[in-house]
Design a protein around this ligand. Sequence first.
Ligand code: NDP
Ligand code: GDR
Length: 369
Amino acid sequence: MSARQKTALITGVTGQDGSYLAELLLDKGYEVHGIKRRASLIKTDRVDHLYHDPHFKGLPFYLHYGDMTDSTNLIRIIQETQPNEIYNLAAQSHVQVSFESPEYTADVDAMGVLRLLEAIRILGMEKRTKFYQASTSELYGKVQEMPQNEDTPFYPRSPYAAAKLYAYWITKNYREAYDMYAVNGILFNHESPRRGETFVTRKITRAAVRIATGQQEKLFLGNLEAKRDWGHAKDYVRGMWLMLQQEEPEDMVLATGETTKVRDFCEMAFNHLGIELRWEGKGANEKGIVDSIDEEQFKAVTGQQFNNSTIQQDEVLIEVDSQYFRPTEVEVLLGDASKAREKLGWEVNYSIDELVKDMVEGDFAKIND
Ligand code: NDP
Ligand code: GDR
């Protein structure tokens, strides 16, 4: 079947990955359906550019109200849309929030996956619908091997990761028990200008722009020592699609193979705007301080003159706040995506420098909108 005749259903379509995946699939000629949640305010900013008034012809992109906690709703949407491919991206995806809402996280991130898989079976679609599960490098948690690949043992360190562990195994179980095409993409962190504002990379790039333009005084962060394998979401959604186009369903890691400290990500983001940082103090007392300002660099990136009254030499811009420490932390992640490179021909197009640049400039464009 050519992509032009295919229909995809994306849960979590209003999220970072869902929006990029919808673009990719529409570009490939798919009819794309997505599930959005009812909220008191409209939250479809990331896909508004794809959506069209149903009374006028436009892209074949359709949104349905739904929720991962409601089986009847999931069954009805799958029955109505008859997807060839389901991408399950919906989740309570914030690790720290999962410590505060553990039961809800389990309901959505673990039971929600079971509900979708059962819906496929109830409708007798297990031989004609391929299923992608958004698994995560958080499964490795308390890392026991470096780098991590498909054979590395799991050791979840949060209610989020524990819920995703169930989701991983139930996906694998349905593949083996019912001969379904169901795969886990074990994706390491991936970011973009569309990243949610409370994840650390976006929190940093947004704050760097706001501080440099005088709209925010300081940035408060948690563990500066944590290391993550950060890639660009655009590269990762391509990998998701490729995982559903294979002869055999297989679980695969997507990662860049490079790891960076939160502290270094901060330096890169501020440097891009011409602000050099130095660090003083240790642990919970550590501070990021302005070491120098390169006004030419600021102008080259923003097209605007640097305003000397916004930040000063030796000013404290970053402080550690222990409220952002997690009860159990994942200290370091570093992925080995050899299998995906070999079997899918998957490669990353964005380096960490290009990611930081895209995010900082994205935040600058947003505040000037
Ligand atoms: P986001 O948090 O940006 O998006 C999550 C999506 O899930 C949103 O559309 C959200 O809707 C939706 N959602 C949340 N709860 C429910 C619910 N109860 N019912 C229906 N929809 C719900 O996440 P990302 O795009 O970054 O991640 C996509 C998936 O990949 C997630 O499952 C995440 O856990 C996983 N993942 C992400 C990685 C990353 O680095 N980004 C790495 C590895 C895995 P709303 O907009 O209404 O909140
Ligand atoms: P993560 O992403 O937990 O890896 O989960 P996040 O950006 O939240 O944290 C990364 C690391 O930064 C440290 N950190 C802070 N984190 C946040 N959010 N806010 C802070 O102020 C802060 N200061 C330091 C954290 O402690 C952590 O070590 C993301 C999510 O997208 C998951 O859904 C996904 O499964 C994994 O990536 C792979």
